[in-house]
Design a protein around this ligand. Sequence first.
Ligand SMILES: CC(C)(COP(=O)(O)OP(=O)(O)OC[C@H]1O[C@@H](n2cnc3c(N)ncnc32)[C@H](O)[C@@H]1OP(=O)(O)O)[C@@H](O)C(=O)NCCC(=O)NCCS
Length: 181
Amino acid sequence: MSNLPVIVDRAGLWDAEALSDVAAATFPLACPADATPDDIQIFVSDVLSSERFGEYLNDPERVVLKARADDEIVGYAMLVLRDPQDPAVAEAVDLHPAVELSKMYVLPGHHGTGVSTALMRTCLRWVRAEGYPGVWLGVNRENLRAQRFYTRHGFEVVGARTFVVGRQLHHDHVMRLIFRP
Ligand SMILES: CC(C)(COP(=O)(O)OP(=O)(O)OC[C@H]1O[C@@H](n2cnc3c(N)ncnc32)[C@H](O)[C@@H]1OP(=O)(O)O)[C@@H](O)C(=O)NCCC(=O)NCCS
């Protein structure tokens, strides 16, 4: 386990490949036990390729933050600055304007070291500074570690959604944090 100092800042286009590598290594950790390797691979190829990260990094509706330790990217987070597409999620989230913490992933060797907390604090600081009333996210119902992490940072469950991974439907909690004045 590493306890190196961590630096969190905005990722740039040049980070697309390294972010894709971290994403491919960490996405399976967020999946339920019955997720198949094939379905995970479909998701990784379709959604987490370096080409897709290039698109995310160019998208004015997304903010990608990277966490570096010893000059390596060891985690990343992605904010999506638009209303939820699913009307039921939009109703449960009830944020105007809405922002989603769409990804929060840290390499396993850096779990429990403060990297995730540094990423989360930077996300929340950014969202608050931009004037959003809060932030929402989806997390798999079986991903108890992530749920505890989010709860510790002030999120609570406000609804549910489904999430497609390959040919499988996954079941998520929808969690929301509202900033106190
Ligand atoms: C989610 C993630 C960012 C959290 O960061 P972290 O550094 O692991 O966070 P912590 O070490 O503070 O652990 C969070 C909590 O889970 C607990 N925990 C640790 N392992 C656990 C496990 N196997 N099951 C349940 N809880 C666990 C910790 O004790 C801690 O509880 P506390 O807040 O009551 O002290 C990180 O684990 C990660 O990247 N996981 C893989 C990807 C992922 O699941 N991303 C989220 C997608 S929605």
